[in-house]
Design a binder for this molecule. Sequence first.
Ligand SMILES: Nc1ncnc2c1ncn2[C@@H]1O[C@H](COP(=O)(O)OP(=O)(O)OP(=O)(O)O)[C@@H](O)[C@H]1O
Ligand SMILES: [Mg+2]
Length: 767
Amino acid sequence: MSYLDELNPVQRQAVENTDGPVLVVAGPGSGKTRVLTYRIAHIMEKGVAPWEILSLTFTNKAAREMQERISKVVGDKARNVWSGTFHSIFARILRVEADKIGYSPNFTIYDTEDTKSVIGAIIKEMNLDKTVYNVNTIRSRISSAKSSLITPRLYAENEAMKMQDRQAKMPFISDIYLKYGERCKRAGAMDFDDLLYRLYELWQKNPEVLDKYRKRFRYLLVDEFQDTNTLQYGIIRKLVHFEGSPRNICVVGDDAQSIYAFRGATIQNILDFEKDFSPFGIKVFKLEENYRSTEHIVQAANEVIRFNKKQIQKKIWSSKGTGQKIKVIKTMTDAEEGKRVADTISEQRNRFHLRNTDIAVLYRTNAQSRVLEEYLRRYNIPYKIFGGLSFYQRKEVKDLIGYLRLAVNPKDEEALRRVINFPKRGIGDSTLDKISELAGQQNLTMWEVLLHIDAGTRTQKSIHEFVKIVQDSGQKAESLNAHEAAMYIAKQSKLIEEYNQDKTVEGLGRLENLNALLDGIKSFVEDDEFETASEQQNKSLASYLQNIALLTDQDDESKNGDYVTLMSVHSAKGLEFKSVFVVGLEEKLFPSFMSMDTPDGLDEERRLFYVAITRAEQYLTLTFSMSRYKFGQMQYNEMSRFIEEIPRDHLESTSALRSGFSADFEPTPSRTTTTAVPSKSGVSGAFKPRPASSNAAPRIDPALFKASPSDQIKVGNTVLHLKFGEGKVLNIDGGKDNRIATIFFEAADDGQEKRIMLKFAKLQIVE
Ligand SMILES: Nc1ncnc2c1ncn2[C@@H]1O[C@H](COP(=O)(O)OP(=O)(O)OP(=O)(O)O)[C@@H](O)[C@H]1O
Ligand SMILES: [Mg+2]
């Protein structure tokens, strides 16, 4: 059996001990997933049928990769292994057994939006105040109740939960929960949590059904076990932990990579597993060699995770050679960060002969993808976003763009349909159908029909309000610049208010996306890179929309299958890439401001960082930006403590390090932002332009920068530009309001003269 030779001795034992419980706790890249894969192959080689094997993973991507890896060893029959995510496998079982719990086999699966709309309807029926009873909060309460196996009845009896609800001024959540369950059942629908919860219930109530599956799945395997929640573990236990069971279960995981505490996953599961199965001769294996990454990366990861006290001690080493040091890039703005990432990707492809698919860019929050996407597109680097939508495809982004489009063109029917009843104003589908019908009959646009509706009924009043919002927005779009207009519209439409109410993790992500869009519009307005006067002048909402039409266009950049992967760190679990970029390494972003206040929160962020950097095989690049727009405000950031926690020996010595770290390179004890006071010497020092040959950005601290009035700028001046550094004004032409300066920036990328419209440019005269 030659495939066994592709394993080290400990891995081989974990594979060959197919009978009885096995636990593998080991660090990243040590071959845990490989053990699972080979174990499945090995079980099949011993004559077990593929459908007797159940293998559970967390993401579809991981499940697919596992399937591919198994096929390499055993060929086509790999397809018949029950291998997939918890949700997909359980849905499959539930379809077969649906009638036993009063469902039809064709039950619908409700996504989050469906769930929210059902909960919203219940709140309305119960005459509860929807500003107090926030749909998202309730959804997440119900979800966590289900994940902890708390039925509506138990919920109603649970004093602790009720106390929490009373404190939140929502004493009726348990009633909503009960009604929600009934409603789903009546509708023949299950939400995502139900796929786990109902399966548990099915097995609980129907021992004969459970028995069938116990007999069927003779072998069970679970990857990324550290991230299972109570319910998932409950289901697993039911399947294998019983009298007379051979308990052929193998789980693999790494407590240091547990990153879903907020969803109820606890590393306690790993400890419990060992305890629960120890009476049945559990075998525990530890793997210590990292086959994925070179030494600098592995050692840096080891050092960082040592800051977490509550870890199972593990030694990890690499025999892949020293490898490259970790590169750190510091930039002044997030836009520049995007640009440097794109630059470095191009450079790495050439220098190290990488394909796009060898490269991944990982971020902490999805909202960060906007700037990255923009620069990858500008550089013609194909990319694909995993575990989420591309920025402009996200619902909240489309909502705001819908309003912006209406402001510029109220006849835009698609936009109108999208937002006329969002946020909800009681203009339902039937009203909309009527409007559309009228429009058809009279050969008008829907907008024109709206304009002629009297204000009588409640719905008609709502329509009037909506028309007013669009009209006001239209006026602002003409009189203000794109950013001012968009800010007005975001507020006036009540979109911000709507998204602001949702205090869940997902809700915050949506608000961040909205703000990222607004910030993007702001940088569009402030961008003075344009060279011609007409482009410079036109900073209107209409021109902004035209500009992004190209970005929102869904042309598939990843056509030929060679694309850079963009994803959140959470989605990157279990994956590996030759080159990995981890971006936005700033205090309050990564670690996230939401988790920084508690030691446990911070530990989880550190585990997340640990997951991020251990995805890299050969090249690891960490980037951070000194400033970043946040909620329309320029924020000044400090480098993330996680970079400081990496011993300097593992970092490439670059200018980023010299200026990013405190002088003696001691971790800085205080993390309050210090804003430098401009002083004569400080200015000239900080403003030193970068050498033309290097790719480094001009090191200008935005906090020190002060734009001079444009009419004072004269030929011969030396001026500073935030992006291009120091430059000499060679010529000025154009009339009063349209003066265009020709400036030579020594440090700019191309070393070419640039033509810049003075009215919009931000330049500081140095001499
Ligand atoms: N004995 C081995 N010989 C050669 N390559 C190996 C060996 N074991 C693992 N590898 C390779 O090392 C890489 C990491 O393995 P794998 O993905 O299984 O690690 P893991 O422990 O699951 O990591 P993570 O914790 O990040 O999920 C893979 O490319 C795998 O094929
Ligand atoms: Mg793995």
